[in-house]
Each structure stands twice: as structure tokens, then as C-alpha cells.
Design a binder for this molecule. Structure first.
Ligand code: CDV
Length: 314
């Protein structure tokens, strides 16, 4: 018997600087109802889905900065989303900024969680590939200060068995780096969930910005195909506080085919009926890892960080 999961991407249009968590959660609940009415049992929400994308701003005051993070999950503002998930019997993936006390220090991460159909948190991931800068870049219309406001994730790339599916998570920029996908695939992940905020107006190179949608879809299709996994990528998009962000939320099959794609730059639900066994099918043929991979030849992947022509560079 094939294992099927009807899943959805719940894309969000812009979130203004003054919009409250309560308002964002209301928008998400509305989309959760719509997805459930279409038969979906699992939903992927965007990266940093509870606030505006604050790393575009220089915020020096620590107390002001701390307001952008969640110290508890679920907290009272977000609890209605968990309650609705349990009521409708729908699981979800949610991205948010996390402030936590760990190893005797206050720490900040760009985080995503997996919540099951009973409203219970089953998995957590903290973004590894943080883009942008630690120090503000002079002359930029919008900053991208993720390296200032978050530290690199410290949970690796975990796979969580949930809703009869082996689920992994990546966050936004992670989709451009094949290493994370592969670490998930090597744990027999069947679905990769990813939320993103991808601007197309401030790389400093108009020719790069013009390809932002193409590179996003390319990364999702290649990540899915080369690793034999389903993937769901959900945007926060549109014009947010003067920054233009791409839409194009997609659900991609292990074949690399795009099965569903959003059409707007607003709140929008897309769904797909996923045959989870498709992941296994590809892993028994082209991508039978155990038969064809050669880890003994891949040492540089874990030993060397940057590209170098010097054979002795570590
Ligand atoms: N939020 C992100 O990680 N955004 C990056 C941008 C800055 C390139 C992305 O990869 O889409």
C-alpha cells in the first residue's frame, strides 16, 4: 500500500513592522482552515513567520532587539495556532526567531519546529547557513544582518519521524547548500520542509536579483531530485517595509518535478497529494546511495571550508 500525505504550503504576504504576533497567527489559522478543507494534514509556514523580517534593520538597543524573538513556544500569542492544529488534526512546520538560555548564556537562533496533529512539538532545527553580515554594510538600502542577530544552529540536521513520514527541515539560505540536503537524505528523510524570506532588490547586482526566482526553484528542484526527497518551500513575500521579496512557493517531488506553485505575492495556500514511497523508488535506482556513493573520496567536504587551488590547504 502506498503511503500518501496531502500537504500544503501556506505562503504569507508581507508582515509590517507594527503587525502583532496575534494578527500573524490569525492569518495562519485562516490558511490552516483552508488547507484542512482541501484535505491537507500537514502545512509548512514561512521562515520567521511571526514578525517582519527584522534582520534588514540595524537595531542597537538590546531590549528593542529582544522583542523580535520568542522565549517560549508555544507562547500565549501562538497557542491558538497549536490549538487549531489539534482541533483540525493537522501538523505543521513553523519558523520563528528563538531566544533561549543555554550553557549559561542567552542565545539567539533562527529556528523551525515540527508540530504534530495533536499540537505537540516533535522536532526542532536551527538554521546553519546564515547569510548576510554581522556588521552593517554602508550604502545599502536594506541590510541583511542575520549573522548579527543569530548564531549558527547547533542541532545539526535532524530527521523527525512524524505523521508516518520522515521529515527534515532546512531554512531559506540552507536550500542553496547541498550538504544539508545530503545529511538529511542519508538519514532516509522523505520530506524536506523549508520556509524563506528572499529579497530580490538588494544583492547589489541587478543581474543576480533578476534571477532570484529562478535560483530558488532551481535549488528546490535539484535538492529534491539529487536526494530523492519531497520538498515544500514556503515564502514570505511581496513588498515588506520597502523590501521586495519573491513568492513562488513550491512543492517538489523526488523526481524534481514541481507539483504545485503559488501564483501571488499574498497569503496563499497550495496543496499536493504526496506519494511518500516515491522517495524510496528513486533511492533504489539512480540514487541507491549504498551501492553508488563513495564517501572515501569526499573527505574535503568536511575538512575544507573555502575553495582553494592549494592541495595542502586545510
Ligand atoms: N533569509 C535568507 O536566508 N535569505 C537569503 C538571501 C539573503 C540570499 C536566501 O538565501 O534567500
Amino acid at each position: 500500500m502506498t503511503r500518501r500525505l496531502i500537504a500544503a504550503a501556506a505562503q504569507m504576504g508581507p508582515i509590517s513592522r507594527s503587525e502583532t504576533r496575534e494578527s500573524c497567527v490569525r492569518r495562519m489559522i485562516e490558511m490552516m482552515r483552508e488547507a484542512a478543507a482541501k484535505g491537507a494534514r500537514f502545512i509548512v509556514f514561512p521562515e520567521l513567520a511571526l514578525t517582519s523580517f527584522f534582520p534588514r534593520w540595524i537595531i542597537d538597543d538590546q531590549a528593542e532587539r529582544d522583542q523580535w524573538y520568542e522565549e517560549q513556544m508555544p507562547n500565549p500569542a501562538v497557542k491558538p495556532l497549536f490549538d487549531m492544529a489539534a482541533k483540525l488534526g493537522v501538523g505543521f512546520n513553523l519558523g520563528y526567531a528563538e531566544k533561549t538560555q543555554e550553557d549559561g548564556a542567552t542565545r539567539y537562533f533562527n529556528t523551525a519546529i515540527l508540530v504534530d496533529a495533536n499540537g505537540k512539538i516533535c522536532g526542532k532545527y536551527r538554521k546553519v547557513h546564515l547569510p548576510g553580515h554581522k556588521e552593517p554594510q554602508p550604502g545599502r538600502r536594506h541590510q541583511h544582518l542575520e549573522k548579527r542577530y543569530f548564531e549558527q544552529g547547533n542541532l545539526g540536521f535532524p530527521v523527525t519521524p512524524m505523521m508516518d513520514c520522515r521529515m527534515g527541515m532546512l531554512i531559506c539560505n540552507d536550500r542553496r547548500w547541498p550538504e544539508g540536503w545530503r545529511v538529511l537524505a542519508l538519514q532516509a528523510a522523505e520530506l524536506v520542509c523549508l520556509g524563506y524570506n528572499t529579497p530580490n532588490d538588494h544583492s547589489g547586482f541587478p543581474e543576480v536579483d533578476a534571477l532570484a526566482d529562478f535560483h530558488h526553484v532551481l535549488s528546490m528542484q535539484s535538492g529534491s531530485y539529487l536526494n530523492s526527497v519531497w520538498s515544500i518551500a514556503t515564502a514570505k513575500c511581496g513588498n515588506e517595509e520597502g523590501s521586495s521579496m519573491i513568492g513562488n512557493s513550491v512543492i517538489v517531488a523526488p523526481s524534481g518535478e514541481v507539483i504545485a506553485q503559488s501564483q501571488t505575492l499574498e497569503d496563499e495556500v497550495i496543496c499536493a497529494d504526496m506519494d511518500l514511497d516515491m522517495a524510496t523508488q528513486y533511492r533504489q535506482t539512480f540514487f541507491d546511495f549504498a551501492r553508488h556513493r563513495a564517501p572515501e573520496c569526499y573527505g574535503l567536504i568536511t575538512h575544507r571550508k573555502g575553495a582553494s587551488p592549494d592541495p595542502d590547504d586545510s
